[in-house]
Ligand binder design. Structure first.
Ligand code: 5RP
Length: 218
């Protein structure tokens, strides 16, 4: 089974958690795109969706799924999103697609976060995937120096501007033994908006597409 087929399989597995009476949070990325497509193809008509990026909002609209603002909905019952890496503790690295800040906000505002991923994202220790950090542009060099001193090898993501008008620094060469402590430490650097560690608020459940079917990590 190809990687793309596995992403579709994980996305389809999330459908069983969807109730048409709900407005849900919808993340960003190719796995989530499969989820949006699956909702439409199975003719599941949810009340609405809060999107974690402009790209997701556009895809939802194309599929005739009403897009709502988090400021209007209040907290959400459910958030569906992918990940760049996950551990069996359900801690994640996210932000490969640059949407980490809005993803973290929607995840925090949701009662339940179901992560959908293919098996290639599974790791024993987070950090092989470069950790994205969203940074206010005028603080770019300062934050880069702080990250180099504190944690690893920062590299500015070339040509990337987030939906919030900020830049992204990817931190390479990490072996993250204490994800919660590192998430807090990076957030404490002035100029950092958010980082891609989802450890303080990890996933509640991960649906992992494997060669043998979908595994659930509860
Ligand atoms: C975007 C993300 C995505 O969830 C992550 O990059 C996974 O993407 P994909 O499903 O395309 O592999 O965090 O900011």
């Amino acid at each position: 089974m190809s990687r793309e087929q596995q992403k579709r399989q994980a996305a389809e597995a999330a459908l069983e958690f969807i109730d048409e009476s709900l407005t849900i949070g919808v993340g960003t990325g190719s796995t989530v795109n499969h989820f949006i497509d699956a909702l439409a193809e199975h003719r599941i008509h949810i009340q609405g969706a809060v999107a974690s990026s402009e790209a997701t909002a556009e895809r939802l609209r194309k599929r005739n799924i009403p897009v709502r603002e988090l400021n209007d909905t209040g907290d959400l019952p459910l958030y569906i999103d992918g990940a760049d890496e996950f551990t069996h503790h359900k801690q994640l690295i996210k932000g490969g697609g640059g949407a980490l800040t809005r993803e973290k906000i929607v995840a925090a505002a949701s009662e339940r976060f179901i992560c959908i991923a293919d098996d290639s994202k599974r790791v024993r220790m987070l950090g092989t995937f470069p950790l994205p950090v969203e940074v206010i542009p005028m603080a770019r060099s300062f934050v880069g120096r702080q990250l180099a001193r504190l944690v690893g090898e920062p590299r500015l993501r070339s040509g990337a501007t987030t939906d919030n008008g900020n830049v992204i620094i990817d931190v390479h060469g990490l072996e993250i033994m204490e994800p919660i402590a590192l998430e807090r430490r990076i957030n404490d650097i002035p100029g950092v908006v958010c980082n891609g560690l989802f450890a303080l608020r990890g996933a509640d459940q991960i649906l992992v597409a494997t060669a043998d079917g979908v595994e659930r990590i509860d």
